[in-house]
Every structure is written in C-alpha cells, then in structure tokens.
Write a protein that binds this ligand. Structure first.
Ligand code: COA
Length: 317
C-alpha cells in the first residue's frame, strides 16, 4: 500500500482537567502527572458519523480524489449511535462513494488491523483505492462517576486513503483473550426468551495491568516489525503510537533510546481517542508539514482484547 491522503476531525467541546475537578474528586496535577493529558475533545451535539465523514472527506481532498474513486471502506470503531448499518456504510453515503463497506472492532488496535485488511485487499487485486479510517466516542462508554477511567478519554476521527504501492514494510497484529483487565458491556433489547440476568456495565479498566500489558506488547510488536523490515530503531523518523498515556509512550522511547522529536504526542490535547488516535496523529504530522518523502513511520497500538499491533510504513506522498 501507499498512503496518499490523510484527514481528521474533532468534536468542538474542549473539556479541561480543571472542569473535571469541579465534577469529581480529581485535579489537574494528578491527571497531568499520571497521563500527560491536559484537555480532551468530547462529543456534545455532534454525531460521530459526521466527524467520521469529515475526516474521510479531508483524506480524499488531500489525496486529490473523489468518493466515487474509492473501492473499499474499512472503518475501525468500538461504539457509535448505530449498531447497524456500519459506520463505513454511513460514511459511504456522505462522501458519495459506492463500494463495499465494513466496520471492524479490535478496540484501540483497530486502525492497525484495518491497515492489515487493506494490504490484503490491495495485494489480491480486490481494490485499488481504500479509505482506511477510525472513528470513536469512548466518552459514551465510560462511567462519569469513575474518576480513574473517565478522565482519560476523548472523541474523534482519523482517516487515510491508501492505494497500491510498496510502502508497508512490515506488520504484526495479535490478540490474547482477557476480559478481566478491560471491557465494556452494552445492554441489549429485552426479548421474551431471555432468562439470564443482564446488566449494563460501563467501561471497566484495571489501569495498572493495562499499563504493564501495553508497554510489554508495544515494545514486543515494534521490535518485531523493525526486525521484519530489517531496520534499526534509529531508522524510524516518527513513532506514531496509540495516544493513551504519555508515560506509556515515554517509557518505550526511553527503552529505545531515541529523541523525543521521534515520538510525537497529542494525548495532551485529545486524551485517549481509542483507535482514532493513530490516524489523528498521522494527519497532524502531515498537515503541519513534518513528514517528508522517504520517512519511515512506525505505528503501534494496543487495547481491549487484549489486542495489539504495529507496522512500518514508508511515507511517499
Ligand atoms: N484523580 C485523582 N486521584 C485518582 C484518580 C483521579 N482521576 N483516579 C484514580 N485516583 C487515585 C486512586 O483512587 C488511587 O488512590 P488510593 O491510592 O488512595 O487508592 C490513586 O489515585 C492511585 O491510583 P492508581 O490506579 O494506582 O494510579 P496509576 O498510577 O496506576 O494511574 C492510570 C492510573 C489509569 C492513569 C494508569 O494506570 C494508566 O494510565 N493505565 C493505562 C490505561 C490505558 O492506557 N488505557 C487505555 C487502554 S487502550
């Protein structure tokens, strides 16, 4: 694959740590020190599908193509207002595309999984221009009375258009079932046949366990793709990591012994926007002119499952 365009969209409402400290027993210093998060953008009157379509349209414009030239849409998403149809299908209509559409849910790792699927479609000549995107509203999953999780998240969407090319140098995705550390259970419609007890459970996260697993899996995945691509840590221009917690990313950066400039961060502004965080950061780097032809980009993400994944892509836009 080759990346030919990127885009992103954020809800308009900024929620600061100080505002949170008026809603619950928390404070700016605790959140900043533990996570690096200062503000996050949260959905208010917007609909996620509109943000997703906005990010998609930006990616199309950046690629210089129209929706009708897209022949597959893959959207990573955990929750949105529609259980069905897929978010990808809704975006399809909004950008005037007409092509196969599918959502995938690999939690915060979803964008890396979407890249894996896109590469397979391109390699088997099933598609030429694919919209690979992620749109998430984790603020609709958290318990706003649970200060240990609700302060961490923000909403948003990120997208890229990929076409045929030779720029994906290595990719690895994995999953090891573990509901205990991270899960969210929705309440379904009642049926006359249900005999089991049901309860709605907002997002549950065992923070320290997740932290440890995140660091371990991200380090493992990055080393694995570097090895597969025959590259050294220093050969990577930017490590575009899932923006869950500044400390997770800085721990990995320290282990790799590379400069802070190679580990761009925007978790301070957006919090953890689940699988949308990687394409949102990619778009920020693209739009601020920080990427140049030939740059090697390493993506890495982790999330509920427990899933994780990483890949290396050469930037040739
Ligand atoms: N404000 C103030 N205090 C808080 C708080 C908040 N928002 N949330 C928790 N605390 C308190 C706890 O109650 C606890 O108090 P106690 O010592 O009196 O019991 C104390 O702070 C320490 O809590 P702990 O959970 O041990 O903190 P931590 O250092 O592990 O940091 C996380 C918590 C969530 C920030 C951290 O574990 C983390 O980032 N984990 C990874 C999360 C992640 O990446 N998730 C995304 C996966 S995709």
């Amino acid at each position: 694959m080759r990346i030919i365009g990127t885009g992103s969209a954020h809800p308009k409402r900024t929620l600061t740590n100080d505002e949170l400290s008026k809603m619950m027993d928390t404070n700016d210093a605790w959140i900043r020190e533990r996570t690096g998060i200062c503000t996050r953008q949260v959905i208010t009157d917007e609909h996620l599908e509109d943000l997703a379509a906005e990010a998609a349209q930006q990616a199309l414009d950046d690629a210089g193509i129209e929706g009708k030239q897209i022949d597959y849409i893959i959207c990573s998403n955990v929750v949105n207002e529609y259980v069905t149809p897929s978010l990808a299908s809704i975006v399809e209509g909004k950008i005037e595309a007409l092509c196969p559409c599918v959502d995938l849910n690999a939690a915060c790792t979803g964008f890396i999984y979407a890249i894996d699927f896109a590469e397979a479609l391109l390699q088997t000549d099933r598609a030429t221009n694919i919209l690979v995107m992620a749109a998430e509203e984790p603020t609709r999953m958290v318990n706003w009375d649970d200060r240990s999780t609700c302060v961490l998240f923000g909403d948003g969407a990120g997208a890229m258009v990929v076409t045929k090319g030779d720029d994906l140098k290595a990719i690895k995705v994995s999953s090891k079932s573990n509901l205990d550390v991270l899960h969210y259970k929705r309440l379904l419609e009642p049926s006359p046949f249900i005999t089991k007890e049901e309860e709605h459970k907002p997002l549950y996260m065992a923070g320290q366990e997740v932290f440890k697993t995140a660091v371990t899996s991200s380090l493992r995945d990055l080393l694995s793709v570097l090895d597969e691509a025959g590259l050294n840590k220093e050969d990577i221009s930017y490590y575009i990591l899932h923006q869950a917690n500044f400390r997770i990313n800085d721990f990995i950066r320290n282990r790799f012994g590379v400069d802070t400039e190679k580990f761009p961060i925007n978790v301070n502004k957006y919090g953890n926007s689940s699988s949308a965080s990687v394409p949102m950061l990619l778009d920020e780097l693209n739009r601020t002119g920080r990427l140049k032809k030939g740059d090697m980009l390493a993506f890495s993400a982790f999330g509920a499952g427990f899933t994780s994944g990483a890949c290396i892509v050469e930037w040739n836009k």
